[in-house]
Structures are given as C-alpha cells and as structure tokens.
Write a protein that binds this ligand. Structure first.
Ligand SMILES: [Zn+2]
Length: 288
C-alpha cells in the first residue's frame, strides 16, 4: 500500500513537470502511477484515433503470420503502447529490455536464447558505454542475428533533461552509430533513461529517424521485485497489464530468472507477445 502512495506521489511530481530527479533511482515510477488517473481518457483517445492511424498507415504491408500489424502510440507523459493497425481480436504485449549489454555481467544473450526457444521476440535497448569492448559488441551482434531489434538507450545513461541540445545529440548519435557499425542497421527506437526527456530529445529523435518511447509498466528496477518469482508474479498479475502494454525490463539476472515464468503466465492470461518487427514506428508528431 505504501508503495502505491509513493508511486502516486512520484507521478504527481512528474505531471507537475518537476525536474528534480535526485530522489528517483531508476526508471519505471512515473508510468505506473500516472496510468491510475489516465486509464479512462487514454482508452477513449485510442478509440477515436484508430481510424486516423489506420488511414495513415494503411499502406504498411509488413504483417505477421496471422495478418496483423501494429503501430506505437506515443503519449510519452503517460505511456507508449502498441495499437493494432487492422482489426485484431487478440490481446498483445510488447517486451522491451533496457541497459543491454549490462556490465559487469550481462544476461541479455541468455534472455534472447530463452525467448527464441519460446518463439518470443523483443527489443533490446543498448547503452553505447557497454559497446566499447569486443565482449559487449559480440553480445549485441548475436542478439541481432537471432532476429531481435536493437534500440538506443543513450551512451552513458544520463538524465537527458540536464543536458544541452548538443550533449543530448552526442549521447544519441554515438550509440546510433555504434549499433549501425555492429549490426549494419541503425536503430529505430529510442528510450530515454528514467523516462526523462524534453523537446530537444524529441527534435533529435526526429532528426535521426528514431521513435521515442517510454513504457506501460515494469518492476524489475524496484528492490522488492529483484527476485525472479516476485517479478514474474507482479508482471503477470497487475492492473496495468492490458492489450497493447509495453513491458519495461532490464538486462539483470533476476529478470532473466523471471522471464520464462512471465512468458508462460502472459500466454496463460491470453496475451500474445508481439514481434516488434511488425510495429510501425511513428514520428513524434504528438509533441510538435
Ligand atoms: Zn536504463
């Protein structure tokens, strides 16, 4: 109960535009709490905008094996979720992993292997600081070659709001270049550390062809859920699990431990874990 109030408190601060982040240790707090109050209006917005989005992307031909395609719907102060571009009766979630390939010890490759064995795909968002040595590069290359998408999570994991335009640009561009050098393909997803960004971040993402996204919910950064069983349970049974949810995870050992149970649990609850390749990245027009 106490945690709920703390989350709500953080969310209110976020809504008020508070830029002091010294009390927030990692990403994940704002999205969960804000959705408490915004669930209803967000659902209404989704219904209203569906036909407009479909019109914009009706030429998008990349469908999955069941004939579905999705787009990322970005209301970044609240969440970034995925929405079907065509009529889909199934419930979907998206898996996204930040801070890869984490040092001193990465579990990203094992997570990719586990997901591959269970026919699940995901986006791994990398930090350029972990790609300076051969070890990190090799992990990312292997994950990419297995069919996973590689996204950009900055170079040094800063709070982007505290940086100048030029410094933000370097943070994003350097990692973009590293990913392209390693995989041969520039990223199309960007997630700001802690979910903190400003208009400069948006403009840079637009310039570099990146889709900025936040997330719907994620618990593996919280102390109480740095345990595989607890993490799997909260990730499968919580109020924010709904169609289109973008599930934030990190390259950590307890997340690796929870992943198999999470996949099974989500599937038992009727959710399909969507292949990010069929998600159409959308320009950040909402903030322009
Ligand atoms: Zn991060």
């Amino acid at each position: 109960m106490m945690k709920q109030w703390i989350l709500l408190f953080c969310g209110v601060f976020f809504l008020l535009g508070c830029q002091n982040v010294s009390d927030i240790k990692d990403e994940g707090s704002n999205q969960n709490s804000e959705q408490k109050t915004d669930n209803k209006s967000e659902t209404q917005n989704k219904d209203q905008s569906h036909s407009e989005i479909w019109t914009n992307y009706s030429d998008y031909a990349k469908l999955d094996q069941d004939g579905f395609a999705y787009t990322m719907v970005n209301d970044p102060d609240v969440s970034s979720e995925i929405l079907p571009l065509n009529d889909s009766a199934r419930n979907v979630v998206l898996f996204t992993f930040d801070d890869a390939p984490y040092e001193p010890q990465s579990h990203a490759l094992q997570m990719a292997q586990l997901m591959k064995a269970k026919d699940v795909n995901a986006i791994f968002l990398v930090n350029g600081m972990y790609l300076e040595g051969e070890h990190g590069r090799k992990i990312v290359k292997e994950i990419f070659d297995m069919g996973f998408e590689i996204g950009n999570h900055t170079t040094t994991h800063p709070n982007m709001r505290e940086l100048s335009y030029e410094d933000q640009y370097q943070e994003i561009k350097k990692t973009n270049d590293l990913v392209e050098e390693i995989t041969g393909q520039a990223p199309r997803w960007f997630r700001p550390p802690f979910g903190y960004f400003n208009m400069d971040t948006f403009n840079i993402c637009n310039e570099l062809g990146l889709q900025l996204m936040t997330w719907s919910y994620g618990y593996d950064w919280m102390e109480d859920y740095q345990d595989a069983t607890a993490l799997a349970q909260i990730s499968v049974e919580n109020d924010y699990l709904r169609n289109g949810a973008n599930i934030l995870m990190h390259d950590r050992v307890w997340t690796y431990g929870a992943l198999g149970q999470m996949i099974d649990g989500l599937r038992e609850n009727g959710y399909h874990i969507v292949d990010p390749k069929i998600i159409k990245a959308r320009n950040n027009i909402i903030m322009e």
